[in-house]
Design a protein around this ligand. Structure first.
Ligand SMILES: NC(=O)c1ccc[n+]([C@@H]2O[C@H](COP(=O)([O-])OP(=O)(O)OC[C@H]3O[C@@H](n4cnc5c(N)ncnc54)[C@H](OP(=O)(O)O)[C@@H]3O)[C@@H](O)[C@H]2O)c1
Length: 281
């Protein structure tokens, strides 16, 4: 890590490194007759979601991964598509896109995805295995947090990591990954009393709340490394994190939004697909 106050921890260079290694591995797999293939099941007409799916498919194509997008509109349709993909030996990674049809629960549907194809760690079985220290794909976003901390050589052993957010896609899996690295972990959420008093104790602060500018300069101590997972749409069509950029004047280092966790997340998701294809081969 640079150690300069207010350093920007960009994810773009790391993402490019991961993509290059993934493309090389995808080419090897393709040359041996096992082209890596990803499938995305989508049951929404939501434009933001559709745009995300297009960006995943384009990113996959750029590293040599085939990507199919299956559209349906009902929970039964989702379950049937997932069951078919589970049995398809030519599909190595499966993503279930949200939002889901009314009344459908991600936790129920995602259990149909075999753990070895669950490249975004959506299944409760994957999260359980992660918690138990067994092999499983972590949600790519949670893994991106750790990948950024490692890339910038941020010490975790014995340090206090505070996570704001307890979702199954980010907060909880990030906690398990940080525990595995011997950090002392505190998880905060919307009922946490006196959030700033806790976040100010952090050596590493991971924020995944989905609330623009939730974390301001008063929440952070000098020396803290801040990873901002939040992505909040701004009125001008842009993207803002959960951390007020003014935090950079206090913290040791801060990931930008966009350009921090996001690109690393996408790159890791695709790396998981080639890892799944390699194991399956
Ligand atoms: N960059 C990426 O690749 C990527 C990927 C996934 C998600 N994200 C972004 O990360 C953010 C979080 O996503 P998510 O899916 O984890 O969201 P989520 O399921 O809505 O969970 C948000 C968490 O934040 C907590 N929270 C909300 N308001 C809070 C407050 N005022 N003080 C303290 N905690 C509060 C909630 O507490 P309760 O549990 O008490 O409700 C909940 O645990 C979103 O902005 C999302 O867009 C980014």
């Amino acid at each position: 890590m640079t150690g300069l106050p207010g350093s920007e921890l960009s994810g773009r260079e790391l993402a490019a490194q991961i993509r290059a290694a993934t493309a090389a591995r995808a080419a090897e797999l393709t040359a041996t007759g096992r082209p890596p293939r990803l499938a995305v099941v989508s049951a929404t007409a939501d434009e933001a979601s559709a745009s995300y799916v297009r960006s995943i498919a384009n990113a996959a194509a750029r590293v040599g991964i085939d990507c199919d997008v299956l559209h349906t509109s009902t929970a039964n349709g989702v379950a049937a598509a997932l069951a078919q993909l589970a049995d398809d030996p030519e599909v190595h990674g499966v993503i279930l896109q949200t939002p889901l049809p009314d009344g459908a629960r991600l936790a129920d549907l995602a259990t149909v995805i075999p753990v070895e194809k669950d490249v975004d760690g959506a299944s409760p079985l994957s999260l359980g295995r992660l918690a138990a220290g067994l092999p499983a794909f972590a949600p790519a976003t949670a893994e991106a947090v750790l990948a950024l901390l490692d890339h910038y050589e941020v010490e975790l052993h014995g340090r206090h990591a505070v996570i704001v957010g307890r979702s199954v896609v980010v907060g909880k899996p990030a906690a398990h990954l940080l525990l595995d690295r011997h950090a002392t972990v505190t998880i905060c959420h919307s009922r946490t009393a006196d959030l700033p008093a806790i976040t100010r104790q952090a050596d590493v602060l991971v924020v995944a709340a989905g609330r623009a500018a939730l974390i301001g300069p008063d929440h952070v101590s000098p020396g803290t490394t801040v990873i901002d997972v939040g992505t909040n749409a701004t009125p001008d069509g842009g993207l803002a994190g959960d951390v007020d950029p003014a935090v950079a004047a206090v913290a040791a280092a801060l990931t930008p939004v966009p350009g921090g966790v996001g690109p690393v997340t996408t790159a890791l998701l695709l790396r998981h697909v080639v890892e799944a294809a390699a194991v399956g081969g």
